[in-house]
Design a binder for this molecule. Structure first.
Ligand code: AMP
Length: 573
């Protein structure tokens, strides 16, 4: 089979976890990285021997040794933040590359053949540098990145909303652990148009957990709470929050408070969430205003992200839009599934042929210019040529004139953004256009400036001096390479130098880490018992006899699982 027989992978590169999906003859499917586990924590860490760990084992290490792990680096994509890890230093981009590489390996292991191409999701509000960084991360991981897809667009595709021919307005509410995004999309005959997208990177399910912890703290008598107690309390609050997604009330044990326990019901949770819901309401209103629409004009509401499982969030959406949101489905998987649909579309998959999905601009593109009003001149004004929400491909021209008769050059600065002051936006590039000078003090030259943007991210800026028909042009590869070939090879070599565990040994390493964490939380005979099992397992690993390793691995894994649940140590995310 050639590579082209397989559609590219659809990847949800998330802040807290990532997933990989593939489109098959019966539709998209998320691939497991372990039995029953689809979510790969977006984390990297190093163990005591400086071996690099990625995903679940990395998370286990970081929870125990925060100094040896890295997490939540996606929001910093595009920045050159240095993140030391053992002997090496990673950036958010190279750390993301390791996650993508892991997903590539997971997919190859599951599918049984090598894959090279991928469609990767990004938040709709990601700007150019963050998008470029995501593309670079994909390349470092060995992918040919076919397209980036906006997360809300992916969620709509996963619901099959692009298939119908009628115009539909869709609001996508994505409430993750630490971020809330609202996007208004318009879908028409296979075209997906982002009308608006607003987000808050400091609002999410974790805030609900924090609110429960603060509420618990108020109800306890202790004057000060030590960090270990606080961490335990947070785990219990998180567990209670999740349980309340399926039942009316829970009881939270507070063993540090003389064995007391506190009841928490839906109504109290709703009160605790009120300030957060208020912030969500204002963001939804903002997105509706920007899309020039109202809640009543929204035809469908899509909920995405782990925290929308909370009934209070569903109720919020129901009230705000006066309609029932679409059934939840696999809220964690929607984006990856949609990315796989997009991957198949890019690839011209048989089942999806004829279903074109175009891209749209999520930020305006324009130039800086001097604007005049009532004899006053205003410098550095942003004049958008292709507005936010423009369906791609697109081409549009505007006329400009020179400022004075002896001007021999016009320097067009191309910006991306929405701010009225051009230099407050993101500078994409410049084009210098020679123009003829004049003796007549009143004479001016006119220029036609044209922006042409294709679906693959190429922006061509052309300027034609009308009096001479002289044309100057520049092509800006948006989402293009920020690293030159040598730099890319250097980064790949740096990543390759990291000592990665052989895949077959990873489950054992992970079990060792988990068991070590559990032992540290135990005392007395229970600790001794587990310590002995752990020693036996370590000895078996050192011996290298697979049968013996398996003999010890199975009971140890079962016991560790039981104890983790009892101690409420590491909740699956
Ligand atoms: P994400 O970033 O999409 O993984 O979102 C994770 C967030 O969803 C975290 O804040 C979790 O606590 C929250 N979450 C996951 N499952 C549930 C559940 N069943 N009920 C309430 N919140 C949940």
């Amino acid at each position: 089979m050639t590579d082209h027989d397989h559609p590219p992978l659809g990847i949800d590169l998330g802040t807290t976890h990532s997933l990989v999906a593939v489109f098959e003859s019966d539709g998209p499917r998320v691939l497991e990285h372990d039995v029953g586990s689809f979510l790969v924590p977006s984390e990297v860490a190093i163990d005591d021997e400086d071996h690099l760990l990625v995903g679940a084992p990395a998370r286990t290490v970081r929870l125990r040794r925060p100094d040896r792990g890295l997490a939540r680096f996606k929001p910093d994509m595009g920045q050159s933040t240095s993140m030391p890890l053992g002997d090496t230093v990673l950036t958010p981009t190279t750390a993301s590359a390791l996650i993508l590489k892991e997903l590539k390996e997971v997919a190859e292991a599951r599918l049984g053949f090598p894959v090279h191409r991928a469609v990767i999701s990004v938040p709709a509000w990601f700007r150019e540098p963050q998008r470029k960084a995501t593309l670079d991360a994909g390349r470092f991981a060995g992918f040919e990145v076919q397209r980036l897809i906006n997360e809300p667009t992916a969620a709509a595709l996963a619901h099959g909303l692009h298939v119908d021919g009628d115009l539909r307005r869709v609001a996508v509410l994505d409430l993750g652990g630490g971020t809330f995004d609202v996007t208004v999309l318009e879908l028409f005959d296979g075209i997906v148009d982002v009308r608006s997208s607003v987000g808050d990177v400091h609002l999410g399910g974790e805030d609900v957990t924090d609110a429960i912890v603060a509420w618990l703290n108020q109800r306890t008598t202790a004057l000060s709470i030590d960090p270990a107690t606080l961490a335990r309390r947070r785990r219990r609050a998180e567990r209670a929050k999740r349980l309340l997604s399926g039942q009316a009330s829970v009881s939270i044990d507070l063993p540090d408070e003389d064995g007391g326990s506190v009841p928490l019901d839906q109504q109290t949770l709703e009160q605790l969430c009120a300030p957060l819901l208020q912030r969500m309401r204002s963001l939804v209103s903002q997105a509706l205003v920007q899309a020039a629409t109202t809640a009543r004009d929204i035809d469908q509401v899509v909920l995405v992200g782990g925290a929308v499982r909370m009934p209070v969030v569903r109720q919020f959406a129901r009230r705000m839009f006066e309609q029932e949101p679409l059934p939840l489905g696999e809220v964690d998987q929607l984006v990856a599934l949609g990315a796989a649909v997009q991957a198949a579309l890019v690839d011209g998959h048989e089942a999806l042929r004829e279903r074109l999905v175009t891209d749209v601009l999520t930020h305006s593109l324009g130039v800086s210019a001097v604007q005049s009003w009532a004899d006053q001149h205003y410098q550095d004004r942003f004049v958008p040529l292709l507005g936010r929400g423009t369906t791609l491909p697109a081409s549009k021209a505007e006329r400009f004139s020179t400022l004075h008769h002896q001007q021999n050059e016009v320097v067009l600065e191309v910006f991306e953004g929405e701010r009225r002051v051009a230099s407050d936006n993101h500078l994409l590039g410049t084009l210098s256009v020679p123009v003829p000078t004049h003796d007549d003090a009143e004479a001016r030259e006119s220029l036609e400036v044209r922006f042409t943007h294709d679906v693959s991210g190429l922006l061509e800026v052309e300027a034609t001096v009308l009096s001479t028909d002289e044309r100057s042009a520049v092509v800006i590869e948006r989402g293009g390479q920020t690293y030159d070939e040598q730099a890319r090879l250097d980064v790949q070599a740096q990543l390759a130098r990291l000592k990665v565990h052989p895949r077959q040994l990873l489950p054992n390493r992970w079990l060792l880490e988990r068991a070590t964490t559990v032992v540290e939380h135990l005392a007395g005979p229970a600790r001794d018992e587990l310590d002995q099992m752990l020693l036996a397992f370590e000895a078996a690993l050192d011996g290298g006899d697979m049968e013996r390793i398996e003999q010890w691995r199975v009971p140890l894994s079962a016991r560790v699982g039981e104890l983790e649940a009892l101690l409420q140590l590491d909740l699956p995310s």
